[in-house]
Ligand binder design. Structure first.
Ligand SMILES: *Cc1c(COP(=O)(O)O)cnc(C)c1O
Length: 406
């Protein structure tokens, strides 16, 4: 139904995000892909599908438009849209892991990713090793040849904004026959293209920057051209293609994005580049302001030269993103700052046009308390939005003054 007549592969990022998979609707000329709110599709005689669709778990035209646009944005072979980022991760991990396998994961992974690997996959016989991804040698040492089937990379990490060298880690994963997955949620495909650096698959919480407006939960997997399952594994369809395996599992376990959610996510994706430019500019200003503030003990932002991953981030990314973290010196002052902001809303999540503030230790990363992934209790995380930056800075100043009294 979506017609794939034009080839956008040589076009720039925004042109791909706006046009790939989004040809005017062939039946009506609608410029925006419609919300195909239908569970099933009429057949012209048994097996006579119009446009390839038979049932919306297997495929839906609105979701297909999003999936093609995501694949084009990441320059991958195929995209798959899910009902949440964790559903995307779960499906990808099930496609590549079998009981007895081992996963290398970041020692400051997104808390939900850690919980999925440790507490859902663990009881199904999957072992894991948390490792500091900013040290490629430590990653190499954590890989158990023949047993490690997935190396999971997050860069920048959440919430400590560590930077991992995707190309160096890809070489280690490839040598071990493992699949390299990059969670590209924080960087977005506009700022970082992991597949070009050797990753086999990218995952996203499209809930964050891709959706961009805090109005929809969703996830995605984009698979690199030619990517294979871990060495020695044959997929459920009898091939070793990672695309085939993810497609089979998406349909077989069925955590797909619904057409309304896919439509909202696709609307967000079209403006990703202009939003990210503003997120980056605002975050840089906020980070520089906090760095010279006497109520702030330290600021973590890859765009600051003081960040240990600054040089690598400058090579690997085309911007430093919209996430900023800082430490206040005490849990009480961090909590007071979080409670005192008026423009920044105190809430979990990130990546929307509006600025958010949170206390990772008690909020997003509560599930990793007491583990190797525990985060400092004086840490405040900002998702710097695209409001006027002077208003954001004034808000932080008054909140830090309140925090000083705590
Ligand atoms: C939010 C998030 C996820 C999980 O995505 P959901 O859409 O909440 O399921 C995974 N990775 C990162 C880096 C995230 O920020």
């Amino acid at each position: 139904m979506t017609n794939h007549a034009r080839d956008w592969s040589s076009a720039g990022f925004s042109t791909r995000a706006i046009h790939a998979g989004q040809e005017p609707d062939p039946t009506t000329g609608a410029v925006v892909p419609p919300i195909y709110a239908t569970s099933t599709f009429a057949q012209d005689g048994v097996g006579g599908l119009r446009g390839g669709y038979e049932y919306s778990r297997s495929g839906n035209p609105t979701r297909a438009a999003l999936e093609e646009a995501l694949a084009a944005a990441e320059r991958g072979a195929a995209g798959f849209a899910f009902s949440s980022g964790l559903a995307a991760e779960d499906t990808l991990l099930r496609a590549v892991l079998r009981p007895g396998d081992h996963v290398v994961i970041p020692d400051d992974a997104y808390g939900g990713t850690y919980r999925l690997v440790a507490r859902v996959f663990g009881p199904w016989g999957i072992a894991h090793t948390p490792v500091d991804l900013s040290d490629p040698d430590a990653v190499a040492a954590a890989i158990e040849p023949g047993r490690t089937k997935v190396v999971w990379v997050e860069t920048p990490t959440n919430p400590l904004l560590g930077i991992a060298d995707i190309e160096a880690i890809a070489a280690h994963a490839r040598a071990a026959g493992a699949v390299l997955v990059v969670d590209n949620t924080f960087a977005t495909p506009y700022l970082q293209q992991p597949l070009a650096l050797g990753a086999d698959a990218v995952v996203h919480s499209t809930t964050k920057y891709v959706g961009g407006h805090s109005d929809v939960v969703g996830g995605a997997v984009v698979v690199a051209d030619g990517a294979q399952l871990p060495v020695g594994l044959e997929g459920p369809t009898g091939t070793t293609s990672l695309v085939d395996a993810v497609r089979f599992h998406q349909n077989a376990s069925g955590a797909v994005a619904g057409p309304f959610d896919a439509w909202l996510t696709l609307r967000g994706l079209r403006t990703l580049a202009v939003r990210m430019d503003r997120h980056c500019a605002n975050a840089q200003r906020v980070a520089e302001h906090l760095q010279q503030h006497d109520a702030v003990r330290s600021v973590i932002y890859p765009g600051l030269e003081s960040h240990p991953g600054h040089g690598l981030a400058a090579r690997q990314m085309s911007g430093f993103g919209g996430m900023v973290a800082f430490r206040t010196g005490s849990e009480a002052s961090a909590l007071a700052v979080c409670a005192a902001t008026r423009v920044f809303t105190l809430a979990e999540s990130l990546g929307g046009v509006e600025s958010l503030v949170e206390h990772p230790h008690k909020m997003t990363h509560g599930s990793v308390a007491g583990t190797a992934l525990e985060v400092p209790d004086d840490l405040v995380r900002l998702s710097v939005g695209i409001e006027d930056v002077d208003d954001l800075i004034a808000d932080l100043d008054q909140a830090l003054a309140a925090g000083r009294e705590a």
